[in-house]
Design a protein around this ligand. Structure first.
Ligand code: UT7
Length: 377
C-alpha cells in the first residue's frame, strides 16, 4: 500500500501590506472593529505584475526546493484557486510551464476556501493508486482583484497569497491519513464571485453585484461555526483517531471568533490551534498551506505528530485532512548538489517555453503555406 507524505512546503505572500488603518481611509471602518470582529490586523495585496500564477510558481519552487526534488520529475500539479488570471488555460498549466515540469499532468480545482483540502484529497487518492508517485498541491489567491473596495463588509476580510505542498508516495505508513470532503450548494448564494458567462441569469436577488465577491457574512459565520468542528471530528475519526490525539489543529484562517468557537466545541486548548490570520487575513485556498508552512517554520510540528486541517468556504464546501507528520521519510532524496541544476532549469524554463511556442507558430505557418500551395494547384 502507498501512503502520501508531505516532503516539501513553500509559501509566497506579496510584499505590499495593507493595515486596518489603511482600509479605514477607504471605507467606513476602524482598526478596532476589524480586530474585535475578525482578529485581522493586516493583509497582503498583490502589486502590479503579481497574480495567482506568479505567487503559485514561487510557492511551488520553494516546496520543491525543500523536498530537494527536480521540477522535471513532477508527476502531477493541482492548483486550488477561485481567483485565477483566466478561466482557461488553468493556473496549474501555467505553473507547469513556468517551472518546466515537462512530465506533469496539471489541472485546477475550485472549491473556494476549501480548495486546497479538496486538492490534497484528490492528490492523495491518485498517489495511493500507485499510478502517480508525487504531486504538487498549491493554493493561490489574488482575491483583491475581485473585491469591491467600497463594500466594508467584505473588503476588510480578505488578502492575497499562495502556499504549496509537495507530496511523495511511500510504503512508509503515515502522511495524509484521511481526507473528508463535503458540499451543500443550497447555501451557494451566501458567498458568490463575479460572473463569467454572458447568459448567466442571476437567481439570487436583484441587488446582486455581478462583478465582485459578495457575502452574507452572518450566514457564512453560522455555517462555519457548525461545520468546522464536525468536519474535524469526522476526519480524525476516519484516520482512527480522537481529537485528544491531535497535537496541532490548523483551521481555515477566516475569523478568530469562528476558530475559537471550533476549538471550544472540540475541547482543544488554544495552544494546540495555529492562527496567523492577524498577518494575512482570509487568503481563501491559500490559507491552510500558508498556515501549515508557518507552523513548520515555527517548529510547531514534531515527527509523529497528528495534525487536523479543516476548511470551509463558498459553495458551500468544507473539507478536513488528518496528517501524521513525518519529516524523515524513507523517500530517496536527490543529492544537495542537484539544487543548482533545479535553479538553472527554472531560468531555462521561460526559454524552453518560448522555443516551444515559436515551434508551434512555425508549424502553423508551414501548414498555412502548404494549404495555400495545395489550393493553387
Ligand atoms: O472563507 C469564508 C469566508 N467568509 C467568512 O468566513 C466570513 C464569516 N463571517 C464573518 O466573519 C462575520 O460575519 C463578519 C466579520 C463578516 C461580520 O461580523 P458580524 O459580527 O457578523 O457583523 P454583522 O455583519 O452582523 O454586522 C454588524 C454591524 C453592522 O452594523 P449595524 O447594522 O449593526 O448597524 C454592519 O453594518 O457591523 C457593521 N459592519 C461594519 N462596521 C465597521 C460590517 N462591516 C463593518 C466594517 N466596519 N468593516
Amino acid at each position: 500500500m502507498q501512503y502520501a507524505h508531505i516532503s516539501g512546503w513553500g509559501k509566497y505572500v506579496p510584499a505590499r501590506r495593507m493595515t486596518n488603518d489603511d482600509l479605514a481611509q477607504l471605507v467606513e471602518t476602524s482598526d478596532d472593529w476589524i480586530q474585535t470582529r475578525t482578529g485581522i490586523v493586516e493583509r497582503r495585496i498583490v502589486d502590479e505584475g503579481e497574480t495567482a500564477i506568479t505567487m503559485a510558481v514561487k510557492a511551488a519552487r520553494e516546496a520543491l526546493q525543500v523536498a530537494h526534488f527536480s521540477p522535471r520529475h513532477v508527476d502531477l500539479i493541482i492548483v486550488a484557486t477561485f481567483s485565477p488570471d483566466r478561466v482557461m488555460p488553468s493556473t496549474a498549466c501555467m505553473v507547469q510551464d513556468a517551472i518546466g515540469a515537462d512530465g506533469a499532468a496539471a489541472f485546477d480545482v475550485n472549491a473556494a476556501c476549501s480548495g486546497f483540502v479538496y486538492g490534497l484529497g484528490i492528490a492523495r487518492s491518485m498517489l495511493m493508486t500507485g499510478e502517480y508517485s508525487n504531486a504538487l498541491v498549491i493554493g493561490t489567491e489574488a482575491v483583491s482583484h475581485m473585491l469591491n473596495w467600497e463594500d466594508r463588509s467584505t473588503c476588510v476580510l480578505f488578502g492575497d497569497g499562495a502556499g504549496a505542498v509537495f507530496l511523495q508516495s511511500s510504503e512508509h505508513p503515515g502522511g495524509i491519513l484521511a481526507v473528508t470532503l463535503g458540499a451543500d450548494g443550497s447555501g451557494g448564494q451566501f458567498l458568490t464571485g463575479p460572473t463569467v458567462g454572458n447568459n448567466y441569469v442571476p437567481q439570487i436577488g436583484a441587488d446582486l453585484d455581478l462583478n465582485h465577491l459578495q457575502m452574507n457574512g452572518p450566514a457564512v459565520f453560522r455555517f462555519a461555526s457548525r461545520i468546522l468542528g464536525k468536519a474535524a471530528k469526522e476526519s480524525a475519526k476516519a484516520a482512527g483517531l480522537e481529537m485528544e490525539d491531535i497535537e496541532l489543529f490548523i483551521p481555515h484562517q477566516a475569523n478568530l471568533r469562528i476558530i475559537k468557537s471550533a476549538a471550544k466545541h472540540l475541547n482543544l486548548p488554544m495552544e494546540k490551534v495555529f492562527v496567523n490570520l492577524q498577518k494575512y487575513g482570509n487568503t481563501s485556498s491559500a490559507s491552510i498551506p500558508l498556515a501549515l508552512c508557518e507552523a513548520i517554520e515555527e517548529g510547531r510540528l514534531e515527527p509523529g505528530d497528528h495534525v487536523v486541517m479543516v476548511a470551509f468556504g463558498a459553495g458551500l464546501t468544507w473539507g478536513a485532512a488528518t496528517i501524521q507528520w513525518a519529516r524523515a521519510l524513507p523517500i530517496p532524496q536527490e543529492p544537495h548538489w542537484h539544487t543548482p541544476t533545479h535553479w538553472a532549469w527554472y531560468r531555462l524554463s521561460p526559454w524552453r517555453s518560448l522555443v516551444w511556442r515559436a515551434t508551434l507558430r512555425l508549424d502553423a505557418w508551414v501548414d498555412r503555406i502548404y494549404r495555400l500551395i495545395r489550393h493553387r494547384r
